[in-house]
Every structure is written in C-alpha cells, then in structure tokens.
Design a binder for this molecule. Structure first.
Ligand SMILES: NC(=O)C1=CN([C@@H]2O[C@H](COP(=O)(O)OP(=O)(O)OC[C@H]3O[C@@H](n4cnc5c(N)ncnc54)[C@H](O)[C@@H]3O)[C@@H](O)[C@H]2O)C=CC1
Ligand SMILES: NCC(=O)COP(=O)(O)O
Length: 341
C-alpha cells in the first residue's frame, strides 16, 4: 500500500475529471457537462486524459492547461484539459489497448492531483474493466485502486451508489456470485456499516444515519430453511452494531425493502452482493445515480453507469449522471468543510 500523505485542497481548487476509456461515452458526457455548467451549477473542473478523445466527439472550445491552477480562469470560456496519455487512433465504440492505458494513466494522474491538494477531488468517467485488466490493472475496480493509492484498505473503502430515491452499498463488490457466501463475514459487514455511517455523516451531513441490511437468501433465509448466512453472519453483525448504538435493522428480505414506503425508513441499504444493490438504484435513478467512494481522505465520485460502447460517438449519451457526480462531489466538499468529527 502506498503512503497515505494527503494535502487538504484549497477551497478554490477545481475537480479533476478523468476521461475514462477514450472509446466510451466518458469524453462526450464530460463535454456536455461543461456546456451545462452554469445551468446546473457545476463546480469548476478540468478533464484529465488525451484531448484527442474529446476532439473525437466534440467541436466545442478546449483550453489546454499545464497545471490545475490554470483551470479556474479558463473554465468560464472553455473546457480545461490536462493532457495525460496518448490513446492513438480513437474510434468511439471500439476500445483499444492504447485507450485502456490512457484511461489507467489519467486515473492515476487524477488521484495524484487530489492527494497533493491540487484538485478538490476526482470525478471518474467510466472505464472498461475488461480492457483495464488487459493492461495490468490488478484491482477489481477504480474504488479499490483509489483506496490503495490513498493508503486505505479495500475492507474500509465503501462503494455507495446514491441517487435522489435511494442509497445502496454492496458489501461484496466485483466477485463472482458463487464466491459471495464465502466472502461474507461478520467483520466485513461491520466494517462496511461503520464506514457507511461515517461517510453519510461526513459527505452528506446526515447526523444519525439509519441503515437497513438485506439478507442474502430468499425471504432472508426463512429461519434457516433457505440458507444460514442470515443466522450465522448477518444477524450477529447487525446485532453487535445495534448494541454499540448504531441505528441499524436487518437482515431484511431483499425483495421487499426497496419499494417507496420501505425506503422512507432508512438512509442507506447495505446489500450482500453487487446486483442486489445496483439493480434497484439503476432502476430508480439510472440518469442521475452517482457512485461515491466512502472512507477515503479524498473525494471520489463517478456516474453510476459504464462506458456504453454501443452508443459512443452517436451524440446520444445522457450527461445526467456525470452532472450529478460533479454536483455530489461539490456537495461533499461543503459537507466535509462543515463536519465536526
Ligand atoms: N464506473 C465505471 O467505470 C463503470 C464501468 N463499467 C464498465 O462499462 C462497460 C459496459 O458496461 P455495461 O454493463 O454495458 O453498462 P453500461 O452502463 O455501459 O450500459 C448499460 C446500458 O445503458 C446505456 N447507457 C449507459 N450510460 C448511458 C448514458 N449516459 N446515456 C444513455 N445511455 C446510457 C447503454 O447504452 C446500455 O444500453 C463494462 O466494461 C464495465 O466494466 C460499468 C459500470 C461502471
Ligand atoms: N458496477 C459499478 C462499477 O463497476 C464501478 O466500479 P468502480 O470502477 O467505481 O470501482
């Protein structure tokens, strides 16, 4: 794990936006967000990546910058871009090895800028995970990569998907479904819950967060008849946290905890695996859902969707989730400044 030396950003620092895979919709939604910066009240930001990826899909004004400090002055009249990587020939919708390397480099550079305090935080456009794995990216996702670069163990870095209707946390993330039961432990659930509570306080200003925890099995195990993880792992984790004063309930039957009335009873739902968490949030908030990493010294958000290679280059990508990610990053910076931990 790298050193966790982090410098606090100045209140005026812009956000670094890694462009993600140059062949995906990342460059397009970053450019569209810049166009809507005033209408949507976006904080100053600059793109980090190969400017050719922007040029491949957008004819608007771009200001090449050599340091983040130049971004604020340029932001009003052009999209600032810090050149990182060379993606070679960029064909929207056709990912390449050079493009994946550039995505990796721009993510690495963005994290470095946030760690040094030159950027207020990072907003990451989508990467193609299969492509990244092919160029030596050894982490399951950007969440674990950023955590490692910040000196935080993956256990203590929480992926939260947050939208206007729902906030969810997958306890296990990018692992095969067959490995989920083995990966679930009392310690992991407790760590995710505690980081989630602190993250909701620090980044969202919720003073006493309420958590609901899903079961793993149908009907939360039906008293052990449909699986024992609820009895052996999830309930002991929840009860130990409740005894320590946390406002937490569960294990709940997952199929009944996401309807509108049920959602009023909690601030965030802890889910046992990726799709249990992401299906409800993407169904409710696909166009304005945000992936925020809790437990980090820096701010990191991302749109909830992927690279959408199938529509890249067609000018049909909706920038809503990227705009929501930029706004959430700015809101988190304000909440952190006001937070007394
Ligand atoms: N944060 C990240 O970096 C993420 C990366 N991915 C990566 O993205 C790649 C593709 O994943 P998929 O499962 O196909 O999910 P996806 O989110 O890229 O696409 C799912 C569907 O939603 C549409 N879509 C996605 N974003 C859209 C937008 N802004 N506007 C309009 N339509 C949009 C796509 O065209 C497709 O029909 C994979 O390589 C995966 O690893 C997936 C999720 C998150
Ligand atoms: N399905 C969510 C996703 O893939 C985001 O992962 P990460 O790259 O933000 O860790």
């Amino acid at each position: 794990m790298r050193s966790s030396n982090i410098t606090e950003p100045s209140p005026l620092a812009p956000f670094a936006v890694s462009l993600g895979d140059p062949a995906g919709i990342g460059p397009e939604i970053v450019a569209k967000s810049w166009v809507m910066r005033d209408a949507r009240g976006l904080p100053p930001f600059f793109a980090v990546g190969d400017v050719a990826a922007l040029r491949a899909v957008w004819l608007g004004p771009i200001a090449m910058i050599s340091a983040p400090e130049e971004a604020a002055a340029a932001f009003g009249s052009a999209l600032p871009c810090l050149q990182v990587g060379q993606a070679g020939e960029i064909v929207p919708g056709a990912p390449s090895v050079e493009g994946a390397r550039t995505a990796f480099e721009s993510l690495e550079a963005s994290v470095g800028l946030a760690r040094s305090g030159s950027a207020a935080g990072i907003v990451t456009a989508p990467v193609g995970k299969e492509q990244l794995y092919g160029v030596g990216f050894t982490h399951p996702g950007q969440t674990e990569f950023v955590a490692e670069r910040c000196g935080v163990s993956p256990h203590n870095a929480v992926m939260m998907l947050a939208g206007p209707s729902l906030k969810v946390v997958p306890v296990t993330i990018h692992i095969p479904l067959s490995e989920v039961p083995m990966a679930l432990t009392i310690d992991l659930i407790r760590a995710r819950a505690i980081t989630t509570v602190k993250g909701l306080q620090r980044n969202f200003g919720i003073p006493r967060p309420r958590l609901a925890v899903a079961g793993l099995n149908p009907h939360a195990g039906e008293g052990g008849a449909l699986g024992r993880e609820e009895i052996d792992i999830i309930r002991p984790a929840v009860e130990s946290l409740r005894e320590e004063g946390y406002d937490i309930v569960g294990p709940l039957a997952a199929d009944g905890m996401f309807h509108a009335r049920a959602r009023e009873a909690y601030d965030a739902a802890l889910c046992m695996y990726h799709d249990q968490a992401l299906i409800p949030i993407k169904t409710l908030n696909f166009d304005d859902g945000v992936n925020i990493t809790l437990g980090l010294p820096i701010i990191r958000t991302s749109p909830d969707h992927g690279t959408a290679f199938g529509i890249a280059g067609t000018d049909s990508a909706n920038p809503g989730a990227m705009i929501a990610a930029l706004r959430m990053a700015a809101d988190a910076a304000r909440a952190r400044a006001a937070y007394v931990g």
